[in-house]
Write a protein that binds this ligand. Structure first.
Ligand code: NDP
Length: 302
């Protein structure tokens, strides 16, 4: 199959591309930069969607960008890099003379309100309550397809937890201090820590691109992209320390994180939600990394 991946040059996109190419599929990346195997967003706008059986959007400004201060201009980029690219791809799918059979958008679990007690599944109704949940609402809305296209193109939204992998994401920034024995829990450490190994996120996306076994529903299918294990940030910290054989006892206090990252951005690290991949498991997806220890061992080994 031929798959077009917006933001395919990034952390998740590289893993998905490796996985698809290994299985004999062809990938075209949509990027801000031209290059071999790529088209740009401007090409998509002017020439439309290249012929493909699947389309995915993974584009988005990194919200933990170490060189970007938390201000209005950065927040604007966080929104536009996700919403505008998603809207462009949905528009290109809708105007294609031969739309792909699957359209997969990866968003985040930030739509679910942080809580120590609530458990969220794909069936949970939610309304925006802060900046990040508003982002998810607008992002997912930007991916919707007109009814006549939605009848034949399966639209899947994967709401991802923090993605763990050796080749990028948050853990790349965490590993150096943890290797020096300077790591520790964020804030109280008691907050839920929804996570997924990058290989499983790529696996869930790839599975969504396969020919459907049932008739395509006309509304988006939501899957939570989180491992079934339910861990706190403290448990994650301890597991990473154990795997690295280093102490991991130095906490990063909430006030320090707020000063460094900005209050809204720090809250994503110091608050969390219990998210269950109910529908993902019911769909028959078998996770490769069910617990933190196995995921972190693979990452540290790589
Ligand atoms: P990356 O940070 O690796 O970015 C993916 C790609 O987005 C980049 O390679 C880049 O492609 C493109 N991009 C970056 N900034 C902009 C911008 N300002 N405008 C347009 N495109 C831009 O993301 P990940 O692979 O980690 O994540 C993929 C998706 O999953 C993202 O949308 C992210 O929000 C979401 N997600 C990720 C999580 C994680 O823990 N990693 C958790 C939950 C959701 P290029 O330079 O080629 O244009």
């Amino acid at each position: 199959m031929r798959v077009v991946i917006g933001g395919g040059s990034g952390f998740v996109g590289r893993e998905l591309t490796r996985f698809l190419c290994k299985s004999g599929h062809e990938v075209t990346i949509i990027s801000r930069q031209p290059g071999p195997g790529r088209i740009t967003w401007a090409d998509l706008e002017s020439s439309g969607l290249p012929p493909c059986e699947g389309a995915v959007n993974l584009a988005g400004e990194n919200f933990m960008h170490p060189l970007r201060w938390w201000n209005e201009s950065f927040k604007k980029d966080l929104f536009s890099s996700r919403i505008d690219t998603t809207r462009s791809l949905a528009k290109a799918i809708a105007s294609s003379s031969s739309p792909p059979r699957a359209w997969v958008l990866v968003t985040g679990v930030a739509c679910y309100k942080p809580s120590q007690t609530m458990q969220y599944t794909e069936e949970t109704e939610w309304n925006p309550f802060n900046l990040f949940s508003l982002l998810v609402k607008e992002w997912e809305a930007a991916g919707s397809l007109p009814e006549n296209v939605a009848r034949n193109t399966r639209h899947v939204v994967v709401r991802s937890g923090l993605v763990l992998g050796a080749d990028g994401g948050a853990i790349k920034q965490m590993l150096p201090p943890f290797r020096l024995g300077l790591g520790g829990p964020l804030g109280s450490g008691q907050q839920p820590f929804p996570w997924i190994h990058v290989a499983d996120l790529a696996g869930i996306i790839a599975r969504s691109l396969e020919p459907p076994s049932k008739p395509v529903p006309s509304i988006p299918e939501i899957y939570n992209g989180v491992a079934p294990a339910q861990n706190t940030n403290y448990e994650f910290t301890k597991a990473l320390g154990r795997v690295l054989r280093r102490p991991a006892v130095l906490p990063a206090p909430r006030l320090v994180l707020q000063a460094l990252l900005g209050v809204e951005r720090a809250a994503v690290l110091t608050e969390g939600q219990w998210v269950l991949p109910k529908r993902t498991l019911e769909s028959g997806y078998e996770f490769q990394y069910l617990n933190l220890e196995s995921a972190l061992k693979e990452i540290v080994r790589s």
